[in-house]
Design a protein around this ligand. Sequence first.
Ligand SMILES: Nc1ncnc2c1ncn2[C@@H]1O[C@H](COP(=O)(O)OP(=O)(O)O)[C@@H](O)[C@H]1O
Ligand SMILES: [Mg+2]
Length: 234
Amino acid sequence: VGGGVATTEVLARGAVTVKARLPRSSNATFLVEVTHDAGVALAVYKPERGERPLWDFPPGIFRREVAAYLLSEALGWGLVPPTITREGPLGEGSLQAFVPADFTQHYFTLRDNAAHDERLRRICVFDLVANNADRKSGHCLLGDDGQIYAVDNGLTFHAEPKLRTVIWDFGGQPLPPAIRTDLRRLLERGIPEPLAALLAPDELEALLARARQLARTARFPDDPGGHSYPWPLV
Ligand SMILES: Nc1ncnc2c1ncn2[C@@H]1O[C@H](COP(=O)(O)OP(=O)(O)O)[C@@H](O)[C@H]1O
Ligand SMILES: [Mg+2]
């Protein structure tokens, strides 16, 4: 707890108090304080009630935030802050550990720093596997621990191809062997039950197909048409 990233324990058991509505959020997204015996933690609360309806995703987007966390954990990458579903002051939603971060930084300001290269490549592959339809630059946070975190992962896991991301810099380059190993391990072990339970059968099939395809192809894909970007970019 303290000033760092909260654990799922604290998120799941603590008492939730709304502190503020988050700026730059497209849904009703809140900064909350979670109070627990072990201490106090900040978290980002996305109640289903605050979701802006979308034509292509069913209600309950918050569950995809949790699924994204579970995928990142299943790959062993730790890209997504701990995220759970639970009841909060505005009903059921997701609760994600708040990352104390330098909010002036984002993908476009971080990509030229070699220290972040490996992590950003992982986020890139994570988005390909998760079929992220909304990887804006500002959804890559530079945490005070020096690590980059991927947030706002709700528009993921659609059964149809929907990839929209700002991370195309690696296109055509070889996939790092360690990443391919992690993908193969995920495929061998299978999608963990808690993650599978959050997805529709066709979404689960599509997830496996994307992971298999990436594990086979030796390179990061390109965006030849230049159309697969989110809007706004940051
Ligand atoms: N876990 C987090 N830790 C710290 N800041 C976050 C976290 N999640 C989101 N934010 C910040 O809050 C902003 C709004 O949250 P976001 O997840 O983008 O909401 P929405 O789904 O409504 O677009 C993000 O752009 C980011 O700056
Ligand atoms: Mg957002």
